[in-house]
Each structure stands twice: as C-alpha cells, then as structure tokens.
Design a protein around this ligand. Structure first.
Ligand code: TMP
Length: 259
C-alpha cells in the first residue's frame, strides 16, 4: 500500500489543463497531479464542472496505477498527494501520443469506419493519436510515429506490449467492480533515465465502462452524450473501487487496489 511520500510538498501551480492541474513540488524529481472537477468534451467545445469528480477520479486512478505497479507495469505513480484529488508522480517527459485500446468498437472508431456499434475485437485493438490540439489529435499510423521520431520501432513495439498488459489489468479491475471495460486511452512518458512509463491518469474520464448488469454508462460518455447523472456515475465508480479496497483489506489483511 502506498502512503503519502514523506517531505514532498507542492509549491507552485505549473499548468492548468482541461481537467487536471500540475504542481511543482519542493523536490525537482516529483510533481503533484491534481484532478479537478472540470470536464470537457469535443476538444474543449463543451465544458462544465462536476462537483466531486476530481476526488472520485483520483481515487480510481491511484487504485489502478497501484494495480499496474503490482503487475510489473512501470508507471510514474509514487503515492497520494496533499489532498484527496492529488497524487505525487515522478517527473516524466510526455510522449506526444494518446494510446487507445479497444475491446469493442464504439465512439470515434464506429464513426470512422461505419461499423456495427460494440463489434467485439479479437483481443485488444491498439491505435495511436498524435497529441495536438491544433491538428485535432488525428489517428497516426505506426510508420508516421517512427518517421516523425516520436518513437523508435523498438519503443513502439514495447508500448504496444505495455498497452496490452494495461488493457488486461484494467479490464479485470473494472470487472471486479461489476463493470465492463469497452475502451480506454493511456499516455506514456520518459523518466530522466530514459525508461518509458505509463503517466497521467486512468479514470472514468479516460475509459468507457458499462455497468455489467444494466449496460448503463459509468464514465464521461454520460457528459459527452447528455445522458444525465454525470456526477452520480463518477461517485458510483468511486464507491465500487473503495468497496473493492475494503474487501481486499478484510480478506488479506492488506490492500491490493488502494494506495
Ligand atoms: P474515441 O472512441 O472517442 O476515440 O475514444 C476512445 C477512448 O479514449 C474512450 O475511452 C475515451 C478515451 N479518450 C480520452 O480519454 N481522451 C480523448 O481525448 C479521446 C479522443 C478519447
């Protein structure tokens, strides 16, 4: 179980993103990432504030990053931050890609290829988008990733492998919470020693999760598609994740999911 790192305190706000704040700390190796209640869709075309979202997302994200670490998948996660919406991470140089994993086709995939919604893939389908608000985050082919010098061919293979490992880990994680993972987005960065690690957040803002029994969306699609009960969906997922941690604690005397 991860605890708040001793002696690491946030100092100045470095960056206010669409959904998260990035803080410097008193130790140049670490940052504090604070999940905010801000929500946006369509590259910022639609925005709102959802009370409690930041804390819910951070609780879920810290639990998932702990799980990844336990499975040997390298991340930049260090431990909880100065408040319930924050976590301490190692500073990493972001790689300018969004890596999307899909178990079933929906969202932009269905729009792009006009296929049946929820078409099931054989395993996890991995694709990349180039992270650029100006260019509108276009899908980027593997050859272009290498040609542009974003990753070497070898690094790209490694990232694909890590993404498949992340996919299986978080699919099981959400299944334990009575949810079905449909797709997700993750990001990678490089630590100062060159190691590639999973960075940022993994939460209902960055995953599509359906309730296993009812098929109800428990993620940001409720906001994107004006389905209502947005705050309730985030709280429900956070409640399930917290419950999972309690179960683990009582059955093992330890705590596998929460940190
Ligand atoms: P998509 O179907 O819109 O491409 O989304 C695939 C998954 O990636 C879905 O779980 C939502 C997530 N995602 C983000 O987290 N951020 C983004 O900017 C986009 C486009 C998708």
């Amino acid at each position: 179980m991860k605890v708040k790192p001793v002696g690491i305190e946030r100092t100045e706000l470095l960056h206010k993103g669409k959904a998260n704040n990035v803080w410097a700390t008193n130790d140049p190796r670490f940052l504090e990432l604070e999940a905010s209640d801000r929500i946006s869709a369509g590259n910022g075309a639609k925005t709102d504030v959802i009370a409690g979202k930041g804390e819910a997302n951070n609780l879920i994200s810290m639990a998932i990053f702990s799980q990844l670490e336990e499975k040997g998948i390298p991340t930049h996660y260090v431990g909880p931050g100065s408040n319930a919406a924050s976590k301490i991470v190692l500073k990493a140089e972001p790689i300018l890609l969004e890596v999307i994993g899909r178990f079933k086709a929906t969202g932009s995939y269905v729009k792009r290829y006009e296929c049946e919604n929820m078409l099931e893939f054989d395993g996890v389908y991995v694709e990349y988008t180039y992270k650029s608000d100006n260019a509108g985050d276009p899908v980027i082919p593997n050859d272009a990733i290498v040609a542009l010098g974003i990753l070497t061919k070898r690094e790209l293979g490694y990232i694909e492998y890590l993404t498949e490992q992340v996919a299986l880990t978080i699919r099981d994680f959400f299944a334990e919470c009575d949810g079905e993972l449909i797709d997700f987005k993750i990001e990678f960065g490089r630590l100062p020693n060159g190691q590639i690690v999973v960075i940022d957040e993994i939460s209902p803002d960055t995953c599509r999760i359906l309730d296993a029994k009812t098929g109800m969306s428990l993620d940001k699609d409720r906001f994107r598609k004006d389905m209502g009960d947005v705050a309730e969906a985030y709280q429900e997922m956070a409640k399930r994740v917290a419950g999972l941690a309690e179960d683990e604690k009582s059955s093992t005397g330890g705590c596998a999911f929460m940190a």
